[in-house]
Design a protein around this ligand. Sequence first.
Ligand code: TYM
Length: 318
Amino acid sequence: MANKPVLLTGIQPSGDLHIGNYFGAMKPFVELAQTGGYQTYVMVVDYHALNTVQDSDQMRRRIREIAMAYLAVGLDPNEIILFQQSAVPAHTELAWIFDAITTMPYLMRAHAFKDAEAKNKEISVGTFNYPMLMAADILLYDTTLVPVGKDNKQHIEITRDTAEKFNRIFKEEVFTLPEGHIQSGVEIVPGTDGQKMSKSYGNVIQLFGSHDDLVKAVMSIVTDSSGERPQNVYAIHKLVRSEEELEQMYTEHKGNYKVLKEFLIEDLDRYFAPIRAKHEELKSDDSIVDLVLEAGKREARAVSETKMEQVRRAIGVA
Ligand code: TYM
């Protein structure tokens, strides 16, 4: 186990999980984890979410939901290290060290920051520093591969730059440079309005929503009345059904958007049934989530502390 390459991911407990999270990040991650070729770390990145979730009940509930979701999508609790970011102090400590070697102009080039600025949002310091905490998440564990959606590509580049910069300044190869893994074909899962599916745009199809939620979301998919094929419906449909089958279906029911949406509802229902069943099972006995998180915390603390000792020596505070 010790010499396997490290696979790592994180999801924020900041809203209901949606099928964009699933196809963009969770599914590719689970498929790689199931090969057995990796040491696997999975984080609930609650301190990242603190920038947007500032309600203790909501935060507590969502942390558990994310942990449970990871178990429901097929990760084996005995094979992974699943933990809360906040339970491992090394993450914020290393983020501070990265803050000290990173310039403001460099972080001002980050897309997430520029988007927020363009929308004239009042940006928290935590949002500005988000990439530094993410770099710490990844670099603490000598990560090799990080499956993410395309929206996180730049974050991985920042992580690599930061690792290189640290190693250069302190003249020691402390950090391994990670690679991002973006699943081809699902770089950005579109939402019901055709924009990127996102918790913050209110255009999601929930991963664990009710049947009624699903019907409501699919029926609200924006269709372009000028074309014969509703592109926004098709783009989601091809995630759960082969394009050959869809060719036939979309040709046969050309222009009949309602019927095509009904097929999509059926197909999404069928596709996610096993995951939802597992999720229900976990909900009925959630003590397993506590056990897994507790074990994950111990392991992640031990590994990250060893790395931090090396970091502190390299920068000269120890
Ligand atoms: P979060 O919770 O915002 O998103 C979790 C993952 O879902 C992917 N994703 C999508 N992929 C395709 N299409 C979409 N519409 C879509 N929406 C979301 C995101 O790319 C992401 O992979 N920055 C991370 C959290 C994080 C992290 C880490 C990830 C913090 N530290 C360390 C990996 C490693 C994020 O965006 O979370």
